[in-house]
Design a protein around this ligand. Structure first.
Ligand code: IPM
Ligand code: MG
Length: 362
C-alpha cells in the first residue's frame, strides 16, 4: 500500500512528538512492506510567524491532497492576546473545517501499568474503556454571529451555539456504528434542560437510534456526566456529544487514565470516492511550551494517533494493533516519561519512541 501523509508538527512539543510518531510509522511501513511518503507543512504559531496566518493556503492544499494528516499541537504563549483569527488555535479550527472531519474520536482506556498514575483510586478506574465521540465542525466553535462590539459598559461579546439536524445526524450515525464494534452502548450528553440546541440534539439522536435497535442509548446532562466520569467511568462505552462539551469532557477523561499525554485522537469525515476516510490525527494534549524542546514530552498520544490512522484511514488493522501492542509493552517495561510519574529517572521522548519501535512485531 502507498501511504501519502502530511505531517504538521505545529508548535511546542508538537515537533518532538510527531517526530517520534513519524519514526514509528516508518518502522511499521518497513516491517509490513508499505511505502510511505511524508510531506510537511506549517500550521499554528509557526505558520503565523512564517506566513502571517495560522492556516496558510499551501497547507490547506497539501491537507486536501494527502490520504491522512498527522498533526502535533498548536498554541504559543506569545499569541495569548492576539485577535482570534490570528491565534494558533484558529489554524486547527480551520483545518478541521477544511477537511470536513466532523467526528472526533477520543478513546479513553486504562492501562494496567499506569493505574497508579491516575488521580483516582485503582478500583474506580481499572477497566475503564470508552470512546468520546465529539462533534468537531459545528456548534459554538463555528456559529455566527460571533464577535465583540460596543464600548464601555455596553461592550458586549457574542458566540452562537448552532446545530442543524444534518450535522447531528451524521455524527450520531458514526457513534452508533462504532458502538456496534464494541459494547453496544451510546450515552448522548447534552444540556437539554436549558438549551434548545440540546433539545434538537436529543431528538435527532433518538431518531437515529431507531436504525440501531441493537445498540442501547441513554442520555445524560453534561454537568452530571462530568461527575459520573470520576465517580463511575466504567459505565461509559460511547459518549456522544457536541463540540464544546466534548472538548471539556475529553480533558477530564484523559486524566483518568494517568496523563493527557497518553491520549490519541482521530478526526474523521466523509468517505472519499476512493473508499478511504478523510482523517486528521492528533494527540489530545496541547503544545506544552513549558517543556518544549527538552526531550521530556510523552510521545505516546502522537504514536497512538498513528495507530488510529492505520486503522481508520488505511484499514490496516494488523499494523494498528502492532503499534498499540508496542505501546502497551513499553508501558509494561516501565519506560515512562515524567508525566506518568515513573519510579526512578523518567524516560525521554526519544527513548520512549525508540522503545516503541523496538517492540513492534509484524
Ligand atoms: C482540543 C483543543 C482545541 C479545541 C484547541 C487547541 C482549539 O483543546 O483539540 O481539544 O478546543 O478543540
Ligand atoms: Mg481540548
Amino acid at each position: 500500500m502507498n501511504l501519502n501523509i502530511l505531517v504538521l508538527p505545529g508548535d511546542g512539543i508538537g515537533v518532538e512528538v510527531t517526530g517520534e510518531a513519524v519514526r514509528v510509522l516508518r518502522e511499521v511501513a518497513r516491517a509490513a512492506g508499505h511505502s510511505v511518503r511524508f510531506t510537511e507543512g506549517l500550521i499554528g504559531g509557526v505558520a503565523i510567524k512564517a506566513e502571517g496566518t495560522p492556516f496558510p493556503a499551501k497547507t490547506e492544499k497539501l491537507a486536501l491532497a494527502a490520504d491522512a494528516v498527522l498533526l502535533g499541537a498548536v498554541g504559543l504563549p506569545e499569541f495569548e492576546n492576539a485577535p482570534p483569527e490570528l491565534r494558533p488555535e484558529r489554524g486547527l479550527l480551520r483545518i478541521r473545517a477544511a477537511m470536513g472531519v466532523f467526528a472526533n474520536l477520543r478513546p479513553v482506556r486504562t492501562y494496567k501499568p499506569l493505574l497508579d498514575s491516575s488521580p483516582l483510586k485503582n478500583s474506580v478506574v481499572e477497566g475503564t474503556d470508552m470512546i468520546i465521540v465529539r462533534e468537531l465542525t459545528g456548534g459554538i466553535y463555528y456559529g455566527t454571529p460571533r464577535g465583540i462590539s460596543g464600548e464601555g459598559a455596553e461592550e458586549r461579546a457574542v458566540n452562537t451555539m448552532t446545530y442543524s439536524r444534518a450535522e447531528i445526524e451524521r455524527v450520531s450515525r458514526m457513534a452508533f456504528t462504532l458502538a456496534r464494534t464494541r459494547r453496544k452502548k451510546v450515552t448522548s450528553v447534552d444540556k437539554s434542560n436549558v438549551l434548545e440546541n440540546s433539545q434538537l440534539w436529543r431528538k435527532v439522536v433518538i431518531e437515529v437510534s431507531k436504525d440501531f435497535p441493537d445498540v442501547a442509548l441513554d442520555h445524560m446532562l453534561v454537568d452530571n456526566c462530568a461527575m459520573q466520569l470520576v465517580l463511575n467511568p466504567k459505565r461509559f462505552d460511547i459518549v456522544l456529544t457536541e463540540n464544546m462539551f466534548g472538548d471539556i469532557l475529553s480533558d477530564e477523561g484523559a486524566v483518568l487514565t494517568g496523563s493527557i499525554g497518553m491520549l490519541p485522537s482521530a478526526s474523521i469525515g466523509e468517505k472519499r470516492p476512493s473508499g478511504a476516510w478523510t482523517g486528521l490525527y492528533e494527540p489530545v494534549h496541547g503544545s506544552a511550551p513549558d517543556i518544549a524542546g527538552q526531550n521530556k514530552a510523552n510521545p505516546l498520544g502522537a504514536i497512538g494517533s498513528v495507530a488510529a490512522m492505520l486503522e481508520y484511514t488505511f484499514g490496516l488493522t494488523n499494523e494498528a494493533a502492532a503499534v498499540n501492542q508496542a505501546i502497551e509493552s513499553v508501558l509494561a517495561q516501565g519506560r515512562l516519561t515524567a508525566d506518568l510519574k515513573p519510579v526512578g529517572t523518567p524516560a525521554t521522548t526519544e527513548q520512549v519512541g525508540a522503545a516503541v519501535r523496538a517492540a513492534i512485531q509484524l
